[in-house]
Design a binder for this molecule. Structure first.
Ligand code: CP
Ligand code: NVA
Length: 312
């Protein structure tokens, strides 16, 4: 049986297909058990710190609830000294001496790597500029839940293909045998819409990621033709194609940023239209729920007390 205890989770490049499938199986089992009111105390007695440089709703809440469900004590830390008054290495040594596991969300992949190298405890990447591995675990969990399989499916990513989400989806697709296509401006990837034909799943992400807010005008100009709308979904030729998004999403005028965009450009729907976002083919809130179960799987597999005892 696969044994990931003691491992960090920094990018799926470090994981074999078998190890990723093991995490998905564990996530499915933890989800099914939670639905029946069963938890296992797999993280009982463990202290976990969630270190955030960037904002979050889903990732922070999923790590907290997953920890609580399995008996861990969780600290949320968003105003640490790290980087300003204390080096990443010193911070890693300090946190590693008090905590059994560290989640990090921030800018540089090198930071999460340094935390893993120096802390002596498992470190989990909750998003960097380069990768978002816990997100794509939830995404592939959702795809498998919906279709019953992953291998051979076609996933189209429309929009900002050179970022953390595009990178991570491409990696997980290669690992699990999905056909990955990016529909994006030529400088970012393929700009021929025929590449969406035959898609089983269409994925997009916001056009301006955290830390890139000053590039809003350029991104809107560049990415508007790659919006996921009904026309693009129709071009898949597959009425059963699902829509996926890591969230948060600008699909209506109900946020401060989309209101400002509407005032300036005359539209509020950016990477996806409200129609597609709210359509029956949209599984975006299933993905969001699956963040909890898949993050729990990662924590239990790498830090848990006998995680395999709950698998047959
Ligand atoms: N998808 C995702 O990571 O959401 P948050 O930014 O809210 O954590
Ligand atoms: N690319 C987005 C993902 C958010 C979950 C960002 O980095 O802001």
């Amino acid at each position: 049986m696969t044994d990931l205890r003691g491992r960090s989770f920094l990018t799926l490049l470090d994981y074999t297909p078998e190890e990723i499938l093991y995490l998905l199986d564990l996530a499915d089992k933890l989800k099914a058990d939670k639905k029946q009111g069963i938890t296992h105390d797999l993280l009982k007695g463990k202290n976990i710190v969630l270190l955030f440089e960037k904002t979050s709703t889903r990732t922070r809440c999923a790590f907290e609830v997953a920890g609580y469900d399995e008996g861990a004590n969780v600290t949320f830390l968003s105003n640490s000294q790290m980087g300003k008054k204390e080096s990443i290495e010193d911070t890693a040594l300090v946190l590693g001496s008090s905590y059994d596991g560290i989640e990090f969300r921030g800018y540089a992949q090198d930071t999460v790597k340094m935390l893993a190298d120096k802390s002596g405890v498992p470190v989990w990447n909750g998003l960097t500029d380069d990768y978002h591995p816990t997100q794509v675990l939830a995404d592939t969990m959702t795809i498998r839940e919906h279709f019953g399989d992953i291998k051979g499916r076609k996933l189209v990513f429309a929009g900002d293909a050179r970022n953390n989400m595009g990178n991570s989806l491409m990696i997980v697709s290669a690992k699990l045998g999905m056909h990955f296509t990016a529909f994006a401006p030529k400088e970012l990837w393929s700009d021929d819409i025929s590449c969406v034909e035959g898609a089983d799943a269409v994925y997009t992400d916001i056009w301006v990621s955290m830390g890139e807010e000053d590039q809003m005008d350029e991104r809107i100009r560049l990415l508007k033709p790659y919006q996921v709308n009904k026309e693009l979904m129709d071009r898949t030729g597959n009425p059963d194609a699902i829509f996926l998004h890591c969230l948060p999403s600008f699909h209506d005028a109900n946020t401060e940023i989309s209101k400002a965009v509407q005032e300036k450009y005359g539209f509020a729907e950016m990477e996806v239209t409200d129609e597609v976002f709210r359509s029956p083919n949209s599984l975006v809130f299933d993905e969001a729920e699956n963040r909890l179960h898949s993050i729990k799987a990662v924590m239990c597999a790498t830090l848990g007390n006998e995680p395999n005892k709950i698998l047959d």
